[in-house]
Design a protein around this ligand. Structure first.
Ligand SMILES: Nc1nc2c(ncn2[C@@H]2O[C@H](COP(=O)(O)OP(=O)(O)OP(=O)(O)O)[C@@H](O)[C@H]2O)c(=O)[nH]1
Ligand SMILES: [Mg+2]
Length: 433
């Protein structure tokens, strides 16, 4: 079965702790500080690939972790960084926060790494804290925490052109001829179960990504056959290539064409605004001429105009260059419209917060009920994480950082005076200018 959605927990690696160490040198009672920094934790990175076509390999994984950074060592040796974990997924996979439904990222560019969870920073060793006034600091920084997230991966194949049609019309054969993609086509019919993507090179230098989609049948839009779950992939292709079976013995091609149009329309009317081409395949068949002529007649009857059709024989590799050119031209004209039809996307925009942005803010508020001033913000959280109340060095560094950040100034502006209580993190301090 085709798996196009899966839930997964991802966890980045935490950073290694900085070390506290001192050199032991001959004839010296106490050498300088020499605790090395901790290594950085591994990140979780996603890369969209055109040669992946299902999320199946991830289906049975509950949790994917990146490596932790190693702790810093003596003699100023930095701990080893944790390896990043790279997760390859099909092009067009969306990563959604499963708790909040926010769209974290839409992997629409092939081979581009996207860091979804950052590994924790390595903590600094005590050697880094030495300065002229404190030559032998006895503290180091713990490693940054790991991050974790429950995500839902949803695959909506992303291709420039999508081949649509009833089963057995020759879609997989076409993609195998025009691209490097070689789906299974048995001499006895083998139905495509997963969309296949192939990169098509046009001889004039252009290229496009083409999707061979599983066949649709009447009723697909209401869940019949395999088709329904693939209709959503059609939403994401720029142009639609209707493939009709020139070898058909019973029924007629115009009905087939209308059936597909109707299923697409019921699923989402916007799909029909996309550029479309009609291809009749199997021109080598003895039934081809009758099928083609009947199609033209019926089409003219209904639409009062001559259809533009492209004739090919995928199996004999005939008419394929013309087909490739026509698809590339249609994609170009569609690109000019720059009207990408998107689906029901009700996701909120997700914003990655950079370290700089995190580091900018703190706020001072007055809690009138408890008569304390409250200092909070991401930079304060970070500061509190490494603050050691029982360590004189750490307290000193803490006070200096607060001053440098302008927290003292901001408290005064807000009316804070000597003797008032200031709450930072979970600790209450007495303000002393
Ligand atoms: N005579 C003839 N047979 C063809 C041609 N192209 C494909 N076929 C045959 O048609 C049958 C179906 O081809 P596929 O490419 O698997 O068809 P499909 O549209 O991908 O089918 P689904 O995956 O079920 O939707 C196979 O036996 C092919 O060999 C052609 O140009 N001429
Ligand atoms: Mg197929």
């Amino acid at each position: 079965m085709f798996i196009d959605e899966t839930i997964l927990k991802i966890v980045s690696g935490h950073g290694g702790d900085g070390a506290v160490a001192f050199r032991h040198e001959k004839y010296m009672e106490k050498g300088g500080p020499s605790g090395g920094n901790g290594g950085k934790g591994g990140s979780i990175i996603f890369i969209a690939r055109t040669n992946e076509n299902t999320l199946l390999p991830l289906r049975y994984k509950r949790i994917i972790k990146a490596e932790n950074g190693e702790n810093g060592k003596i003699k100023n040796m930095t701990g080893k960084s944790g390896e990043d974990t790279i997760i390859n997924v099909p092009l067009g996979t969306q990563i959604i926060n499963n708790k909040t439904n926010e769209l974290i990222c839409d992997l629409t560019i092939a081979d581009e790494p996207v860091e979804v969870l950052k590994g924790g920073k390595g903590g600094r060793g005590n050697a880094e804290f030495a300065n002229s006034r404190n030559k032998a600091p006895k503290f180091s920084e713990p490693g940054g925490p790991s991050e974790e997230l429950e995500i839902r991966l949803v695959l909506k194949v992303l291709a420039d052109a999508g081949l649509v049609g009833l089963p057995s019309v020759g879609k997989s054969t076409i993609i195998s001829v025009i691209s490097e993609c070689k789906p299974k086509i048995a001499s006895y019919h083998f139905t495509t179960l997963n969309p296949n993507l192939g990169m098509v090179q046009v001889s004039d230098g252009r290229s496009f990504v083409c999707a061979d989609l599983p066949g649709l049948i009447e009723g697909a839009s209401s869940g019949l056959g395999l088709g329904f779950q693939f209709l959503k992939h059609v939403e994401r292709t720029k142009v639609i290539i209707h493939v009709l079976d020139g070898d058909k013995i019973e029924g007629n091609l115009f009905n087939d064409y209308e059936t597909i149009l109707n299923e697409l329309k019921i699923y989402d009317e916007n799909i029909l605004k996309k550029g479309q081409l009609i291809v009749i395949n199997k021109s080598d068949s003895p039934h081809f001429n009758d099928n083609k002529n009947n199609f033209i007649k019926d089409y003219k009857n209904k639409y009062k105009e001559e259809p533009e059709i492209i004739i090919i024989s995928a199996i004999l590799n005939e008419g394929m260059d013309n087909l490739i050119y026509k698809i590339a031209d249609l994609i170009d004209s569609e690109n000019e419209k720059i009207e990408i039809v998107t689906s029901e996307e009700s996701f909120k925009e997700y914003k990655f917060v950079s370290d700089e942005e995190k580091g900018k803010g703190f706020t001072v508020t007055k809690d009138y009920e408890n008569l304390v001033y409250v200092v909070s913000g991401p930079i304060i959280d970070e500061l509190m994480r490494t603050f050691r109340q029982d360590n004189q060095d750490s307290v000193l560094k803490f006070a200096k950082t607060l001053k440098k950040l302008g927290v003292e100034e901001e408290l005064k502006i807000n009316g804070c005076q000597n003797g008032d209580i200031v709450r930072i993190g979970k600790i209450d301090f007495e303000f002393n200018d």
